[in-house]
Design a protein around this ligand. Structure first.
Ligand code: ATP
Ligand code: MG
Length: 410
């Protein structure tokens, strides 16, 4: 379970509701900044939530003000549904809530039962609490402050072992008076970012390593749809190495939505570079091919940027000079979201998004097959261009693109 779902276990069945009584309040993040485009973003966001809940055929997603209401999820389905929604980009947080009519008796009854169940579920004999109320429907006779005070007093009287602490309570009871009245205790953080497919498409260079899945996740978080390219050197790299990349793409797609993965055979290009170019330049020339092919594939699928998992200085091919030389074969923007990050921080994200364990499986990568003993760390552009001029670059790129295997990951 991702770290940001901590607490979910406790919230399961907390309200003791029957089948389909649960409502999930799902709050969104940056969409509210989008002015006139807001309905468009909201529609994309709603579709993304629907896709994430595809395995729950009764789930309904309705738009409220600044939020979505998800209904049709039973108590038993709740943990899986909550986990699925916490992965949807563009959302800020969610709360499993209960809904009631806008009269004080019903609200009181609902909250007292909710608090009792919550304390019983957590095994709490004593606890501090506060009530936080929001009156969005201004026709409701009590102000937010009055509502919180009245309900707080009632709960205090009805539930044993409670005392009020408005600064550092053990838990907060939230009440919102809107279209209906909603009560909840848990607020579960979601992934943040922008809705899936709201910001164009990019081509991710996806290796089997730790970095590139994280890079893809970070760009997709901004609403960018991902297509991906993986270079493999069959038979020097195995089917298992390729499967590992498919598995990684599958994990990233749980956040990003569908990924179209191009698997490009790189053996011929690597062999030719190996035979015809100085060995200390192998990696740089190889990486220039990767970038050219990625750009060509990007153009073919309407992607407008390339994404890599590079981080300055991490390896020989990621020095400033190396990045300059590999970057110069493409004209598209190249996004490197990890460029200033330390490995340890990248690993933290890899763990959080659940790619780490797959990334560290020990399969060879095409980059590790033909590695020279002493790769140049300070390549000079003119020397590299001269060295690779013995190759029929255009033909090699065209052949790689034409023979790419196309895998749909949904
Ligand atoms: P990673 O953990 O992502 O493999 P790395 O530290 O091993 O990164 P490199 O091997 O230099 O670094 O690769 C830098 C970037 O180039 C990767 O993050 C990825 O975007 C891309 N890349 C490397 N190898 C491949 C490959 N076989 N197929 C597709 N892209 C690749
Ligand atoms: Mg790698």
């Amino acid at each position: 379970m991702p770290v940001y779902c901590a607490g979910l276990q406790e919230s399961k069945g907390v309200f003791g509701l029957g089948e389909n009584d649960m409502i999930l309040l799902v709050r969104y993040g940056e969409i509210h900044l989008k002015g006139l485009n807001r309905p468009h973003f909201e529609s994309l966001q709603r579709q993304a939530i629907k896709r994430a809940l595809a395995e729950f055929p009764d789930a309904k997603v309705e738009k409220g003000y600044g939020r979505f209401y998800v209904t049709g999820i039973s108590d038993g389905e709740l943990p899986r549904a909550v986990e699925a929604i916490t992965k949807v980009f563009g959302l800020h947080s969610l709360s499993p809530a209960e809904e009631t009519e806008k009269d004080m008796d019903s609200i009181n009854e609902m909250l007292i039962r909710m608090v009792k169940d919550y304390m019983a579920g957590k095994g709490l004999a004593k606890a501090t609490f506060k009530v936080q109320a929001k009156r969005a429907d201004k026709r409701f006779p009590l102000s937010s402050m009055q509502l919180a005070a009245t309900l707080g007093g009632n709960i205090l009287e009805a539930v044993e072992g409670l005392s009020v602490d408005v600064h550092h309570p053990d838990f907060t009871v939230y009440v919102e008076v809107r279209e209906k009245c909603y009560g909840y205790i848990d607020v579960i953080p979601c992934a943040g970012g922008m809705p899936q497919r709201s910001n164009g498409r990019a081509m991710l260079l996806l290796s089997g390593g730790i970095d590139s899945p994280v890079a893809g996740y970070m760009i997709a978080k901004r609403g960018v749809e991902l297509n991906a390219v993986h270079y493999h050197s069959f038979p020097y790299t195995s089917e298992a190495a390729k499967q590992k990349v498919i598995d990684l793409a599958k994990i990233v797609s749980e956040y990003s939505g569908r990924i179209r993965l191009n698997v490009v055979s790189f053996t011929d290009i690597q062999m030719q570079i190996y035979e015809k170019c100085p060995h200390e330049m192998l990696v740089i020339i190889m990486r220039r091919f990767m970038m050219r092919i990625a750009q060509r594939l990007a153009e073919n699928c309407g992607a407008q940027a390339i994404v890599t998992g590079e981080s300055i200085g991490q390896v020989a091919s990621q020095t400033m000079e190396s990045i300059y030389v590999t970057n110069s074969v493409v004209s598209m923007p190249v996004f490197r979201p990890l460029i200033g990050m330390d490995k340890i921080d990248i690993i933290d994200i890899a763990n959080k998004i659940n790619t780490y364990e797959t990334s560290i499986l020990p399969y060879e990568d095409c980059c590790t097959v033909f590695v020279p003993k002493h790769p140049t760390t300070r390549p000079k552009l003119e020397r590299i261009v001269e060295a690779e001029s013995v190759l029929d670059i255009e033909a090699l790129v065209a052949q790689a693109v034409e023979t790419a295997e196309y895998i749909r990951i949904d």
